[in-house]
Design a binder for this molecule. Structure first.
Ligand SMILES: NC(=O)c1ccc[n+]([C@@H]2O[C@H](COP(=O)([O-])OP(=O)(O)OC[C@H]3O[C@@H](n4cnc5c(N)ncnc54)[C@H](OP(=O)(O)O)[C@@H]3O)[C@@H](O)[C@H]2O)c1
Length: 327
């Protein structure tokens, strides 16, 4: 690795910053996906000195710094901070924004990152998008998908090398949709009908992202990273029944009935909206995409629904507590 000093003028201020060849920068580094991607980069033998991170709040970055990894403070909404942070970076992992307001904010964040990366001279961007299939425009998650479509198009047209990861829905979302207490109640109530999706473990998607960053040949490629078997909530109830040795039934009420039920439990309107939106999208089979690409990157079969459910009920810690609110 060669270390040198470059002069740059990201926000009109001229500064000298230490830059290193082959530098990889990971955004969202204080989050689940970015954090796990960093761990996998280290496991793959990438030196900590070659890894850099974008964090919003330096106070949350102690664990990153303890690994010997540099932090650069910036916000997707603050263009100048991004240009400064991306100085000297070769490859950038753009973990998609989880802004909870309008989806347009997420698009604006992604465009800011891509534009700033271009100004800073980044050579390759790996972007975490979401799995799509034809007809998505008519699905319950069309607005969410359109944000990714616009971001992907902007990246493709940016002139920077890109790799688009159309990540499947996280397996970790299942306990959130099915409710954590399902083992006690013995019932899953969720209006996803018989819709199927190809759920995949977050940390395995992060491992695939690290593989792409650490190896060559991924320029200007789009990968669908899902599991190889789509499952419905009937399948999920069946696996739960087997795992806990107790019958778990699945009920898919009409959406309005489900909304009234959540309301009567005092669930905030924002969460009711999220539950019904994702349940409807699942009922529409909009995430029913099976693809072997992830298996190829991992060099093994991705974690299955059965293994995931067994892990959760054996209390193995693979369940991110914040998963649902961040979708
Ligand atoms: N495929 C799926 O099923 C699925 C499920 C959930 C989420 N997602 C998507 O995948 C992404 C990663 O998921 P995750 O579980 O890792 O989420 P997470 O744990 O909430 O992490 C999000 C990360 O993004 C950072 N971030 C948010 N807004 C930012 C901004 N304006 N500027 C700079 N950094 C910002 C956060 O920083 P702070 O620590 O400062 O907040 C955090 O590090 C999400 O953002 C979402 O788009 C996909």
């Amino acid at each position: 690795m060669i270390t040198n000093y470059t002069k740059y003028s990201g926000s009109g201020n001229f500064v000298y910053q230490k830059t290193k060849n082959n530098m990889i920068l990971v955004t969202g580094a204080t989050g689940q996906f970015g954090g796990k991607a960093i761990d996998h980069l280290l496991k793959k033998g990438i030196e900590p000195s070659r890894i850099s991170t974008l964090v919003r709040d330096a106070a949350k970055s102690q664990a990153i710094q303890e690994k010997g990894i540099e932090i650069r403070v910036g916000d997707y909404a603050d263009y100048d901070s991004l240009v400064r942070a991306f100085n000297g970076v070769d490859k950038l992992l753009l973990v998609s924004s989880n802004d909870r307001q309008a989806f347009e904010n997420r698009t604006a964040h992604h465009l800011n990152v891509i534009k700033a990366a271009k100004e800073a001279g980044v050579k390759h961007i790996v972007y975490t998008s979401f799995v799509r299939k034809p007809g998505f425009e008519n699905s319950a998650i069309a607005a969410f998908q359109n944000s990714h479509v616009e971001s992907e198009a902007y990246l493709i047209n940016s002139g920077i090398d890109y790799t688009i990861l159309q990540n499947g829905i996280y397996l970790e979302m299942i306990p959130v949709f099915a409710e954590e207490k399902v083992a006690e109640t013995g019932t899953i109530v969720f209006p996803a009908q018989n819709g199927k999706a190809s759920y995949v473990l977050l940390k395995e998607l992060a491992e695939a992202a690290a593989h792409i960053l650490a190896t060559g040949g991924h320029q200007n490629k789009l990968y669908q990273l899902t599991n190889t078997d789509s499952v419905s909530f009937f399948d999920i109830a069946g696996e739960l029944s087997r795992a806990i040795g107790k019958e778990v039934s699945y009920q898919s009420p009409p959406v309005e009935e489900f909304e009234s039920m959540l309301k009567s439990f005092g669930v905030p309107a924002q969460y009711i909206g999220m539950f019904t939106t994702w349940a409807t999208a699942l009922a529409q089979d909009t995430m029913d995409v099976d693809d072997p690409t992830l298996e190829g990157f991992l060099g093994r079969k991705p974690t299955t629904l059965k293994q995931f459910i067994e892990h959760i009920y054996a209390k193995i810690d693979i369940l991110p507590s914040k998963a649902f609110t961040n979708l």
